[in-house]
Design a protein around this ligand. Structure first.
Ligand SMILES: O=P(O)(O)OC[C@H]1O[C@](O)(CO)[C@@H](O)[C@@H]1O
Length: 535
């Protein structure tokens, strides 16, 4: 399957992308996909008709349609954990009957959503109070999927906030909770403990610290704690009243969980109506993913472009570059979504992957990144496919000039990456500035841009709750399609276990309770260093 694609790649190594636009005047339209007013342009890549056909063929042969349908209908596609994968059901509470283990899951989803709405409304209206009166601040304590989604989305949608302030604590580093608690009123703060398992050491350590802080400051943890979890017995043990516990099932993976109870902080911030719009955005992307033919299917084409760049061309990293300051946490969110899902070395059947696993995902918002790492993207020896995201309009009409500059910079980057600047062009520019002879030759080489560097652009009218829902669902399905093509299970994460186990065994070693001599030399030396400062 891969050979045909690799041959196509060899045939295009020296081809200038720009020539594709000269050959096909409607290339921009032909190599883009729309969903309503959201538009995904992948024309600034090497994809042509034959490459796209070969990629679509790969998609067909990989049974993406069957796997997709199995996912939406509750098939046990997370084989290594024996679970269905149904985060999509969370954003479709009124959908038709959906059976898991013989029972329809929709009524439970609706009931939990209604409870979340009632709870967040009571909090926002001031009906639900803390020991010291109206709740002014909410802290979500969680990590990974129980943090990154809501933390990213709350920031992204700050123009829609009209509820209490939301804070996020994830790191077990005491600095995180300490800095967050400073300045908060323990009698007017709500703490949400977000943990699917309710055993994650970072989250539980921070939750106990927050409870001690609240008690010491005269707050009332019985009233001012809520929990989001699949483990009701453990939330009970912690002492959180059941009417403040919002449960979900194991068919929701951590990094896919923002659509349900894990999204409670987002709902508190933007209100139930805003949250409904967010769900509707995700649902619209689901419907599109299920219905659109592959070539017109946004998640599929985003995935196929990703497969082309990573597995076929060998570009091992992917930069996510939102030209939107409020999406500053988007690449961190996508890092978990993509790298925890598709960073696997074996297929579902245990056989070794014969192509690269998912790429390294990284990035920062523009224009900041331009003044940091874009140098390497433009002139470094590696090719780094870039994914730009940008809104046509900002939320600050009075600062329209800023937004125009932002957008101009975004478009300029993809243009510059594709066009580059040849040695002759560099020389001509320097001559125009009056340079001549040896000095001109010496300087000109440093001003050459190889160009021909691929990028895609996702453009939408404005970053609303609906659009954010569409963006997240788009990337979720992209990761899914890439995983199916690689033949891996995108829904487990065994790779995080070994480090967790060793941390548990190292904890008593740091205290000096357990011996350090059975550790490797490096670890032993590090432990001894730590002990000298902690006697
Ligand atoms: O919600 P929990 O159970 O606390 O887990 C938090 C995170 O930890 C992980 O299991 C990995 O360490 C993630 O997959 C998950 O999102």
């Amino acid at each position: 399957m891969w050979t045909a694609l690799k041959d196509l790649r060899s045939a295009t190594v020296t081809r200038r992308m720009r020539s594709l636009f000269e050959e096909n005047p409607t290339r921009a339209r032909d190599f883009s996909v729309s969903l309503g007013d959201m538009h995904f342009d992948y024309s600034k890549t090497q994809l042509d008709d034959s490459i796209r056909s070969a990629l679509i063929d790969l998609c067909e042969r990989s049974n993406v349609a069957q796997r997709r349908d199995a996912m939406f209908s509750g098939g046990e596609i997370n084989q290594t954990e024996g679970r269905a994968v149904l985060h999509t059901a969370l954003r479709d509470p009124d959908g038709e009957e959906l059976l898991v283990d013989g029972a329809d899951i929709r009524p439970g989803i609706r009931q939990t959503l209604d409870r979340m709405k009632a709870f967040s409304q009571a909090l926002r209206s001031g009906e639900l109070v803390g020991a010291g009166g109206r709740i002014t601040d909410v802290i979500n304590i969680g990590i990974g999927g129980s943090d990154l989604g809501p933390a990213m989305a709350v920031l992204a949608l700050s123009p829609y906030h009209d509820g209490p302030r939301c804070h996020f604590v994830s790191n077990v580093d005491g600095a995180h909770i300490s800095d967050t608690l400073k300045g908060l009123d323990p009698q007017r703060t709500l703490v949400i403990v977000a943990s699917k398992s309710f055993t994650t050491i970072e989250t539980m350590t921070n939750a106990f610290t927050a409870r001690d802080w609240m008690r010491a400051g005269g707050g009332d943890p019985k009233r001012q704690f809520a929990a989001l979890s699949t483990a009701m017995d453990k939330t009970d043990d912690f002492g959180i009243p059941q009417d403040q516990v919002f449960g979900f099932e194991d068919w929701v993976g951590g990094r896919y969980s923002i659509w349900g109870p894990i999204g409670l902080s987002l709902m508190i911030a933007i209100g139930p109506d805003g949250f409904d719009q967010f769900l509707a955005g995700g649902r619209a992307m689901d419907e599109h993913f299920r219905a659109a033919p592959w070539g017109q299917n946004m998640p599929v084409m985003l995935a196929l472009v990703g497969i082309w760049h990573n597995q076929v061309c060998g570009h091992g990293t992917r930069a996510v570059l939102p030209y939107d300051q409020r999406l500053i946490r988007l690449s961190a969110y996508f890092q978990q979504l993509e790298m925890e899902s598709n960073g696997k070395q074996v297929r579902v059947d245990g056989s070794a992957l014969d192509v690269s696993s998912g790429p390294v995902v990284w990035g920062e918002p523009g224009t900041n990144g331009q003044h940091a790492f874009f140098q390497l993207i433009h002139q470094g020896t590696r090719v780094i496919p870039c994914e730009f995201l940008v809104a046509a309009r900002g939320h600050e009409p009075e600062l329209q000039a800023h937004h125009k500059l932002l957008v101009a910079n975004c478009f300029a980057q993809s243009e510059a990456l594709m066009l580059g600047r040849s040695l002759d062009q560099a020389r001509a520019r320097m001559q125009a500035k009056g340079l001549t002879g040896e000095e001109l030759e010496r300087q000109a080489r440093h001003r050459v841009f190889p160009g021909n560097r691929p990028s895609t652009t996702l453009i939408y009218p404005m970053l609303t709750p609906d659009i954010l829902g569409r963006i997240i669902a788009l990337y979720e399905h992209r990761v899914f399609v890439e995983g199916v093509i690689l033949g891996i299970n995108s829904f487990d994460q065994w790779g995080v276990e070994l480090g967790k186990e060793l941390a548990v065994s190292l904890h008593p070693v740091l205290d000096g309770c357990d011996s350090v001599t059975d550790k490797d030399g490096s670890t032993e030396a590090l432990v001894r260093y730590f002990r000298t400062f902690n006697t």
